[in-house]
Every structure is written in structure tokens, then in C-alpha cells.
Design a protein around this ligand. Structure first.
Ligand code: HEC
Length: 164
């Protein structure tokens, strides 16, 4: 009788330990998953600074960027044709953003905003010089603007996160 009790006691003890261990392991897994979901490393794997944007933010950025790319193509053709009006109007349209990027601006670091602002100023200057400056001077100014695209892309990388 005593032996049966002791055996039962050990089984019960074993069960409790087992449940405790399982709970500990599953809590540990949850915590690890949570850390992985919320950790936001400063840099991406390729070493660029990570910028955390929602899908909506990224949508605004992409639209703006594809506009930049399109405009650069228009500008290079216009320079080849010495079509000053097109240079003036194309660069002039890029003086300012479309006003939809407020959230992006607020989430972005100082250096990012400075580059974006400098690019706008370059386009503004290109538009202003379009009717009078030497074509070589305009080409140089376009190259200067393009160096901001290179600088920003080389420094920062957008990483998508869920909206908070
Ligand atoms: C201040 C920073 C900054 C500057 C300046 C900048 N970009 Fe970007 N660009 C970005 C970011 C950030 C992305 C990534 C957007 C994403 O994937 O969420 C991007 C993405 C792009 C893309 C890919 C868009 C797509 O979704 O397919 C193109 C093309 C592009 N940029 C062109 C340009 C050109 C051309 C210029 C210069 C006239 C330029 N960018 C200047 C920050 C910048």
C-alpha cells in the first residue's frame, strides 16, 4: 500500500515537472518570436541604414521615385535636342513634392530629409537656368542632381513594417 502511494506520488511529481517544462519552453518560444518581430536593427544586412516604412509610405515613395526616373529620362533627351522649354518645365515640376509624403518625412532621419531637399533645390536651379545657360552647364547640374539619387540609395534602405 505504501509502495503504491509512493509510486503514485512520483508519477504525479513527474507530470507536474513535465507540464512546467513544456510551459517554460513554449513561453520561451513566444518571447523569441516576439523579439524577432519587434527588433528593428539600425542597419540592413548589406550595411545600409534601415528606414522603417509602412506599405502606404512605400507606395508614396515609389510613386515619387518613378516620377524622378521618368523625368531624368525626359531631361536627358531634352538636353540632346537642346529643347530648353522641356528642360525648364520638367525640372520645374520637381521643385516640390506632391505633398503626400508628410508621414514619410516625419519618420525619416535628418540626413535623408536633407538629401531630398537638396535634390529639390537642384531641380529648381536647373529649371531656372534652362533658358539661358550653356548646355554643358545644364548637363553638369543634372549630373549633380543625380548624385543625390546615388547618395540616398547608397546610404538608406527601406524596410517594410506593419502599420502601428
Ligand atoms: C532622400 C532619399 C532619396 C533620394 C534623394 C532619391 N531616392 Fe529613390 N528611393 C529612395 C527610397 C527610400 C527608395 C525605396 C522605396 C521602397 O522600396 O520602399 C527609393 C526607390 C527608388 C526607385 C525604385 C522605385 C520602385 O518602387 O520601383 C527608383 C527607380 C528611384 N528610387 C529613383 C530615384 C531617382 C532617379 C532619384 C534622383 C533623381 C532618386 N531616386 C532619389 C530614396 C531616395
Amino acid at each position: 500500500m505504501k509502495k503504491a502511494f509512493a509510486a503514485f506520488g512520483w508519477i504525479f511529481f513527474g507530470l507536474l515537472m513535465g507540464i512546467g517544462l513544456m510551459r517554460f519552453v513554449s513561453t520561451q518560444n513566444d518571447l523569441t518570436e516576439l523579439a524577432a518581430e519587434t527588433a528593428r536593427p539600425e542597419r540592413t544586412e548589406d550595411g545600409r541604414l534601415a528606414l522603417y516604412y509602412t506599405a502606404t509610405d512605400r507606395g508614396h515613395i515609389s510613386t515619387e521615385m518613378l516620377g524622378f526616373l521618368q523625368s531624368l529620362q525626359t531631361l536627358s533627351a531634352a538636353v540632346a535636342d537642346e529643347d530648353r522649354e522641356t528642360i525648364r518645365d520638367t525640372a520645374g515640376a520637381l521643385r516640390r513634392g506632391n505633398g503626400q509624403g508628410q508621414a514619410v518625412q516625419m519618420k525619416s532621419p535628418e540626413g535623408f530629409r536633407t538629401l531630398g531637399f537638396a535634390l529639390r533645390q537642384d531641380f529648381s536651379a536647373i529649371s531656372d537656368m534652362a533658358m539661358t545657360a550653356d548646355m554643358a552647364e545644364i548637363e553638369l547640374a543634372i549630373s549633380g542632381a543625380t548624385s543625390k539619387c546615388v547618395a540616398c540609395h547608397g546610404t538608406y534602405k527601406a524596410v517594410e513594417v506593419a502599420a502601428d
